[in-house]
Ligand binder design. Structure first.
Ligand SMILES: [Zn+2]
Ligand SMILES: [Zn+2]
Length: 471
């Protein structure tokens, strides 16, 4: 795993040169001082992330490749499924992301983009029954925002929405057709506003459309208390990754673990039982288990009472996977900032609403700046200041209580961190640190006072000012 990380870091450092060779198997073995079997395992992980692929033969070597969003999206969906996202979380997240994408698309659209959107609208009319055809519009629109971060987050949201859509029921075929007709009408309106370059209208229509779709899903949700899609539907939705059998198997097992309610520490099955159940070779199963271990979904326990044990998925595993993919897409600082800001403003607004709930009130107190940084200008304090900054902003995200938005913000923070540590930007000065502490205090005051507009104003000002060093 460590060697895989080193190889991936090198690809990022070299600017992701698709097609370039990182060296032959022998050369890599020597460079990392690894045995052939360890190196091969590392290569499998690198291949799993679609960062590079080993070409065999005389002119062989580890070649850098162009990843698609598949592994990253899947990792997030699996994690969020474990965390348990509600339809309300999904609505809130989409309401933050999609109007922003629509507004940006209206500014960024070009002839090719217009053609693409119109083609998607045309396909919608021809295949009215396919829910996937409906998603396509949202994904296509997000692409026109030219913001890779926004695009990926919207793809994840659509993937989660589709799970709910598949599990919803309609009262009659007529009603279903009417609903689809409304969707198409909405999409056409948004596409027209985007094409005309009317950002404000595109934004407003997108907001209204997301609200309408979610209200519809809420009305037609099956009477399942958890709100989670039923098991058979999960299977249908499982988009098997292309390529290797082990990857397909790992995705299937992850899905089955989710379907059984994600019972942490329980044995999902013995090796023999899994071989029987999935009808694969032992080699394929073991490779799949390695992927599950890498994504902290399950691990194999040897010995009596052993088997594939379900683990608690760590957010960091999927954050790393996504951050790596986004490094390939090379989002600009501005791309990261505009999505991060939108999420943070939404979080603050949410915390204002929740401020009087006892748990939230108690946790708000823990976010108060704890140290007087003006007193100590040591470099160690600067590190602490960065930690404090992370704690404050991620803390607000946790209080807002939306698993999707919290994860998205953490991904953005991780990308800033990687960018910051690679460019060696100026560290904050003591005066910066004091200003940040003061801003946090003022934000908390506005939140406690229940002053929504002032809280939004202060977080916006703070994000603008703090952008030079943190996040
Ligand atoms: Zn739609
Ligand atoms: Zn801050």
């Amino acid at each position: 795993m460590q060697i895989a990380r080193c190889i991936e870091a090198e690809v990022v450092r070299r600017g992701w040169p698709v097609g370039a060779s990182l060296g032959s198997e022998g050369a890599l073995q020597k460079r990392y001082g690894a045995s052939r079997s360890v190196l091969r395992e590392a290569v499998r992980l690198v291949e799993h992330h679609q960062v590079a692929r080993m070409r065999r033969g005389p002119n062989g070597g580890l070649l850098v490749c162009a990843p698609d969003a598949g592994p990253a999206t899947r990792a997030v969906v699996i994690y969020l499924e474990y965390r348990g996202t509600t339809l309300d979380d999904l609505l809130d997240a989409r309401l933050v992301l999609e109007p922003l994408a629509a507004a940006l698309a209206a500014e960024q659209i070009d002839e090719a983009g217009i053609e693409r959107l119109r083609a998607v609208l045309g396909a919608e009319q021809q295949q009215p029954g396919l829910p996937a055809a409906r998603d396509e519009f949202h994904v296509a629109l997000a692409r026109q925002s030219k913001n890779p971060v926004l695009q990926l987050f919207i793809e994840v949201s659509m993937r989660l929405t589709r799970r709910y859509a598949l599990s919803s029921r309609t009262d009659s075929a007529t009603e279903a057709l009417e609903a689809l007709d409304r969707l198409h009408h909405d999409h056409s309106g948004i596409a027209a506003a985007v094409t005309a370059g009317d950002s404000a209208r595109a934004k407003a229509l997108s907001e209204r459309h997301v609200q309408a779709v979610t209200a519809w899903l809420q009305r037609h949700q099956r009477g399942d208390r958890s709100g989670a899609p039923p098991r058979q539907v999960r299977r249908l939705d499982l988009e098997a990754p292309r390529g290797k059998l082990a990857e397909v198997l790992a995705a299937t097992i992850a899905d089955d673990i989710a379907a059984t309610g994600w019972q942490v520490d329980s044995v999902f099955g013995t090796e023999a039982a899994l071989l029987e159940r999935y009808r694969v070779s032992r080699a394929v199963l073991r490779e799949a288990v390695r992927l599950l271990e890498y994504h902290t979904i399950a691990h194999m326990r040897r010995g009596p009472g052993g088997g594939l044990v379900v683990t608690r998925p760590q957010a960091q595993a999927c954050i790393d996977t996504i951050a790596l993919y986004l490094q390939y897409r090379k989002p600009s600082r501005e791309d990261l900032r505009c999505v991060g800001d939108a999420i943070e403003i939404a979080n603050v607004a949410k915390v204002v609403q929740l401020r009087n709930e006892p748990e939230v009130a108690a946790m708000l107190d823990t976010l108060d700046p704890s140290t007087d940084f003006a007193a100590d200008e040591a470099a160690g304090e600067m590190r602490k200041a960065a930690v404090e900054e992370f704690r404050f902003h991620i803390g607000l995200a946790q209080l807002a209580g939306n698993a999707l938005l919290e994860l998205f913000l953490r991904i953005i923070a991780e990308l800033f961190r990687r960018h910051w540590s690679s460019t060696g930007a100026q560290p904050p000065t003591a005066a910066d640190v004091v200003a940040v502490e003061h801003a946090h205090l003022r934000i908390l005051q506005a939140i406690r006072a229940g002053d929504d507009s002032l809280a939004r104003y202060r977080i916006r000002r703070h994000l603008d000012a703090a952008a030079s060093w943190w996040l």
